[in-house]
Ligand binder design. Structure first.
Ligand SMILES: C[S@@+](CC[C@H](N)C(=O)[O-])C[C@H]1O[C@@H](n2cnc3c(N)ncnc32)[C@H](O)[C@@H]1O
Length: 250
């Protein structure tokens, strides 16, 4: 999609950042605060209390552990990265909730609530994940998701956005070449980067839900605070900070 490529693109990117350390999307927004509460509001504790909860794309497990501490009956964190799962198990032990938390690459246990934070834009095949989620959620259960930045957000390229919209200006090839100077996972496409990046747009997410066995009970694109006056249905893809939604089985 980008227009600046080749060695010009690579050299410009190197000049902008040698190590990709832009400070964007590094989780610092959530230091000292509950990410779950910030993204989903205090109601999340009532929604998960005494429930079996799956945290899909749990990463290092901090949110899963917090849900267990706040009274969930059982929490299953699911992720494809073994390293993250190992860290999550340690966190559960350190917080005294290892008896109620498991961290696995897959499960067949049915949940009352599936949580998914900042993960939908990373799933390699989000339609397949929705199918898996439907097999895992009870018929009267729900999926509560918050994710972003989505693809047209200024930082929608995550690490590939060393400045706003860089991921749309530079070609995928030049961004990958630049990234390979400081990341060694061998990715040759955005989607192969560790943790994944599927270029999800808000419109595409809505299409995926329309084609899935879920429907929206709630859907809320939350505008980027600083440019919220510009947020409207036409600018939504560019002005939305995160998408928050609740899905229920059809
Ligand atoms: C940005 S991280 C978010 C982690 C955590 N939920 C949080 O909010 O801090 C996205 C996570 O999704 C995981 N992920 C990507 N594809 C996945 C898949 N197919 N199944 C399970 N997890 C996946 C990644 O490994 C990564 O840990």
């Amino acid at each position: 999609m980008g227009i600046i490529g080749g060695s010009l693109g690579y050299r410009l990117l190197r000049r902008i950042s040698v190590d990709g350390d832009t400070g964007y999307c590094d989780g610092s927004t959530y230091i000292g605060v509950s990410k779950l509460e910030k993204l989903l509001g205090q109601g999340i504790w009532e929604e998960t209390k005494d429930k079996v909860v799956i945290d899909f794309g749990c990463g290092d497990g901090d949110d899963a552990v917090e849900v267990a501490e706040r009274g969930a009956k059982k929490v299953i964190g699911v992720d494809i990265r073994e390293r993250a799962l190992a860290k999550a198990r340690q966190t559960a032990l350190a917080h005294g909730v290892a008896d109620r938390c498991t961290f696995v690459t897959q499960t067949d246990e049915k949940a009352d609530v599936i949580l998914s934070l900042d993960a939908f834009e990373h799933f390699d095949d989000p339609a397949a994940i929705l199918r898996i989620m439907r097999t895992l959620v009870k018929d009267d259960g729900c999926v509560i998701a918050a994710f972003g930045p989505t693809w047209y957000h200024p930082l929608g390229g995550h690490l590939f956005s060393p400045f706003p919209w860089a991921h749309l200006i530079f070609t995928e090839k030049s961004l990958i070449r630049w990234r390979s100077d400081f990341r060694s996972d061998g990715a040759t496409r955005f989607c192969e980067a560790e943790g994944g990046l599927n270029q999800l747009t808000i419109r595409r997410f809505q299409q995926l839900i329309a084609e899935s066995d879920f429907k929206f009970k709630e859907f809320e694109p939350i505008p980027i605070r600083r440019i919220r006056l510009l947020a409207n249905p036409l600018t939504r893809e560019f002005t939305t900070a995160i998408v928050r939604c609740k899905l229920v089985p059809r």
